[in-house]
Design a protein around this ligand. Structure first.
Ligand SMILES: [Ca+2]
Ligand SMILES: [Ca+2]
Length: 166
């Protein structure tokens, strides 16, 4: 983790919001491990974490995180007007703006991330299962896609780098 004092306010807020919503970087690292361990011998969780750190240092990623999570929080506080409020609270199937925000994270490392994102979005391992549990008054419509996308982007980065080292 970077030195908080020297961290830019947008990056700092993006990291805080993930934590406030119950997502630790270790949870995302477990998703990266889940996606990548079959392709890399002796993959270490530290390596997964290092790639997540790099993904989180990108401005596009930070902006996607704070935009999506703020909308989840506003929905929980009922500070969004209808009909969007009900759409967000129910995570309506036809609402795809959460995925679009996630794509802006994946895009940072090219199209390979889309496959990873689609895969964990279906499997919902670890923290993603927890985020998707339905609790009255809790809105994680954006959070699940954001977390999946960070894991997918970090996986792509890890895969690209492994290829260049070999
Ligand atoms: Ca959606
Ligand atoms: Ca969603």
């Amino acid at each position: 983790m970077k030195d908080e004092k020297h961290m830019d306010p947008i990056e700092k807020r993006a990291r805080e919001l993930l934590k406030e919503r119950g997502v630790e970087l270790k949870d995302i690292a477990d998703l990266v491990y889940y996606l990548q361990n079959k392709y890399h011998e002796n993959l270490k969780i530290e390596e997964c974490l290092a790639n997540i750190e790099r993904v989180l240092s990108k401005r596009e990623v930070q902006n996607a995180i704070i935009t999506g999570i703020e909308l989840d929080i506003l929905a929980e506080k009922k500070l969004i007007s209808e009909p969007l409020l009900t759409t967000l609270l129910n995570d309506e199937g036809l609402y795809g703006v959460d995925e679009i925000i996630a794509f802006s994270i994946i895009n940072v490392y090219g199209s390979i991330g889309f496959t990873n994102y689609g895969y964990i979005d279906k499997q919902k391992p670890g923290i993603l299962e927890k985020i998707n549990e339905h609790h009255e008054g809790v809105c994680n419509t954006f959070l699940d896609d954001i977390v999946g996308a960070i894991a997918a982007a970090a996986s792509s980065r890890l895969a690209h780098r492994a290829k260049n080292v070999e």
